[in-house]
Design a protein around this ligand. Structure first.
Ligand SMILES: [Zn+2]
Ligand SMILES: [Zn+2]
Length: 464
């Protein structure tokens, strides 16, 4: 792991080269030396400033937080419940956050509602927001008193993935990136970890610095909480990997909180058509209200769904010398959407609203790929159940770009601020996706609404 001071520390080495003996070299040495001194001064000026910044931070209580009582939803054995815990010391690279909100993710429903056995006591979920209450001695990105998003995905800026243009797979991403040690203990001393080194369903989040995004905005807590997971993912799907261009055709499978945020993102970027495929009537109606130009029920004429969408995306003419298209034949259709977002998921629990023709979600994934035009982009976001088969030749040759969309490709330090600006300007309305804000004591009811799909964005909230 490189130290950012190293390049500066290396500069004086040029001045020590024995080969530099000519007057010119002396002159150059002088210049280098001057530069080195300037760099040293700069570094020296920076170090106290950073140290000052940390010492200015009120009540930075590194090492003194052990024993702090708090409550959290803990899953252990075959059940989960809200327990009184005692905090352990945080590490020098960790941040102690007093939670204000945590966005309930559909993937977490079984951790809250299920009865499967779990041998390690753990706080479920993988995002949250709140106020920094203490920082480890090495933390620089956030300060005590900061409002902060603990994002579902970290950004360190220096690992191989961050440097290679795939920050959504920053190597600090658990598991394996950073140790997931117990952050607290139960009354009997049993250690409690956080799922994905974040947790969230807790009055306290202990997060590694790389997961923390300082928030400089007055947007309400529940809207910021949505940026740790579903709300941000939907907007990112239309604006990170292959941003929508004005007038392009966008198809979105699934109008849950992710899909509806994607609708808003597509509309904000002036997409031409926004075609939404969603089985639940109330979600189709919401999609229309957020800017979908066409909403389709995947249960209606399921076998012709792909062809109908392709025809909707056909150019205005079939005259090839006038920008037209004949649609192709054979094993690859030329017609389809410029950007397809697959956010349909699968039915972990039977929905209490209308469901699609395939509870595994694999049919929707296959259809999403089929309606992607050659040269178009498919962003896959949902967690599916099972394997999928594609026709080999078409898969290999069709020129479709597939983005496996962990966090929809977000660089959370860069993109969160962009999304906040769009929210403040009214271009996207993530607040409209928050349909329930239950307190920790009502967490089961909140997650039942997520499992039933009768709710959209459910943010577990904590009194300030
Ligand atoms: Zn999630
Ligand atoms: Zn990284």
């Amino acid at each position: 792991m490189s130290n950012p001071v190293e390049p500066r520390a290396g500069e004086p080495c040029a001045d020590e080269s024995p080969a530099d003996a000519s007057p010119d070299a002396v002159s150059r040495r002088s210049m280098l030396k001057a530069g080195a001194l300037a760099a040293a001064t700069f570094a020296g000026a920076q170090a106290p400033a950073q140290g000052q910044a940390q010492s200015d931070a009120p009540a930075a209580r590194t090492g003194s937080v052990a024993g702090m009582p708090f409550r959290a939803f803990v899953r252990y054995g075959t059940e989960g419940s809200v327990l009184d815990l005692r905090l352990r010391d945080i590490k020098p690279t960790q941040v102690l956050v007093r939670t204000r909100g945590s966005c309930g993710c559909y993937t977490v429903t079984s951790s809250v509602l299920g009865d499967f056995p779990q041998s390690t006591a753990s706080i479920p979920n993988h995002s949250g927001m709140g106020v920094v209450e203490a920082v480890g001695a090495q933390v620089r990105r956030v300060r005590v008193g900061d409002r902060v998003l603990v994002s579902g995905t970290p950004w360190c800026g220096q690992c191989h993935q961050c440097l290679s243009g795939t920050p959504e797979w920053c190597n600090y991403l658990a598991p394996g990136g950073v140790p997931n040690d117990p952050i607290a203990e139960m009354a009997d001393g049993t250690g409690v970890i956080e799922d994905a080194v974040i947790g969230g369903l807790s009055e306290i989040i202990v997060a590694y610095e790389e997961y923390c995004v300082p928030i400089f905005s007055d947007l309400p807590d529940e809207q910021i909480a949505m940026l740790g997971d579903t709300g941000a993912v939907g907007v990112a799907a239309t604006s990170v990997y292959d941003p929508v261009q004005i007038g392009q055709n966008v198809v979105i499978f699934g109008a849950g909180p992710i899909g509806l945020a994607a609708v808003q993102g597509a509309r904000a970027q002036a997409a031409g058509q926004i075609i939404v495929v969603e089985p639940a009537r109330y979600r189709r109606e919401l999609a229309s209200s957020f800017g979908a130009t066409t909403v389709l029920d995947p249960n209606d004429d399921t076998d012709t769904l792909v062809e109908r969408i392709r025809e909707m995306c056909a150019p205005r003419t079939d005259r090839l010398d006038a920008g037209g298209q004949v649609g192709g034949g054979g094993f690859i259709s030329m017609r389809g959407a410029d950007l397809v977002v697959e956010a349909s998921g699968f039915d972990r629990y039977p929905p209490a609203v209308e469901t699609g023709p395939d509870p595994t979600g694999l049919l929707a994934l296959r259809q999403a790929w089929e309606v992607t035009a050659p040269g178009g982009s498919l962003v896959t976001l949902a967690v599916q159940r099972g394997d999928i088969a594609f026709p080999g030749s078409a898969f290999c040759l069709s020129g479709k770009r597939i983005f496996g969309g962990q966090m929809a490709g977000m660089n959370v330090m860069r993109d969160t601020t962009r999304f906040i600006t769009a929210m403040e300007n009214g271009d996207v309305d993530i607040g409209a996706l928050v349909t329930a804000t239950p307190p920790l004591e009502e967490i089961r009811a909140g997650f039942q609404g997520v499992a039933d799909r009768t709710e959209l964005g459910v943010v577990i909230t904590f009194p300030s």
